[in-house]
Design a protein around this ligand. Structure first.
Ligand code: NAP
Length: 221
């Protein structure tokens, strides 16, 4: 905060963020970003639904198209199976930063639908060709987005991968605001690795039985 002309103002840039999908991931990110002062609008299918009541105090609820209209960044947090429809329902995504949290998980929960030659994020970039797609917030559990504090100074890592430098930088800033050790990766093609990393987290947490209170970290010296 800085003191200016008789009032306090935030020095950091406040972003208008639309979040399409207000489930576990969308609501965790919305709550954390709203707490940091960002202007959050959820784009949902039925904005009157009482299941969203806890989100209403700090955020707005509207349709995906209305939420996206004036947003600096759009976070896509729907199931993979709903992603294409949700992208279409957003309408004009041209020039927008589109942060993809989805994971293209097979319906029988045995792995990912795509991998070596493309990724869910690259497919989404094909469906919204004029958006600046960044893969992020897909490789840890929603609980860790809600509370990234594991005690001590080490923070969970959150990679962001995208082709557009400015979009990548903005996404890294949002991931830092959520509370992650955010690392930008140049190239949306690296979403293939981030989606596999998500699958590794899921296998470790659920199939190998380590539980959802785990996260990856990046050590440096
Ligand atoms: N859960 C995790 O720990 C986690 C972690 C990282 C990444 N992910 C990925 O993040 C995505 C979301 O996961 P989640 O766990 O948050 O799922 P979730 O709790 O099931 O929430 C999904 C939300 O998407 C909404 N939705 C579906 N179709 C929509 C549309 N056309 N327009 C707008 N909203 C729509 C649903 O709304 P309705 O209530 O109307 O159905 C629901 O609120 C998934 O792709 C998942 O793989 C999940």
């Amino acid at each position: 905060m800085v003191y200016l002309n008789g009032g306090f103002y935030r020095k950091e840039k406040i972003m208008k963020v639309a979040i399409v999908g207000a489930g576990q991931v969308g609501s965790a990110l919305g709550n954390r970003l709203a707490a940091k002062g960002h202007d959050i609008s959820f784009g949902v299918r039925n904005d009157k639904d009482s299941k969203y009541d806890t989100l209403r105090s700090r955020t707005k609820l509207t349709t995906p198209a209305a939420a996206v209209k004036d947003a600096d960044a759009v976070i896509l947090a729907t199931p993979w199976t709903a992603a294409r429809k949700a992208v279409d329902e957003c309408g004009g995504l041209s020039g927008k930063i589109l942060i993809d949290c989805t994971n293209p998980i097979k319906s029988d929960f045995t792995g990912l639908e795509v991998g070596h030659t493309t990724s869910g994020a690259e497919m989404i970039a094909g469906w919204a060709p004029d958006a600046k797609v960044v893969k992020c917030f897909n490789h840890t559990g929603a609980e860790n987005m809600n509370n990234p504090d594991f005690g001590g100074t080490l923070r969970p890592v959150m990679f962001a991968a995208g082709d557009d430098d400015a979009a990548l930088q903005m996404t890294v800033k949002l991931a830092q605001d959520v509370g992650f050790d955010a690392v930008g990766l140049k190239g949306l093609r690296l979403a293939r690795q981030l989606e596999q990393l998500a699958w590794l987290w899921i296998d470790l947490a659920i199939k190998q039985g380590q539980g959802r209170d785990i996260a990856f970290a990046l050590l440096r010296r």
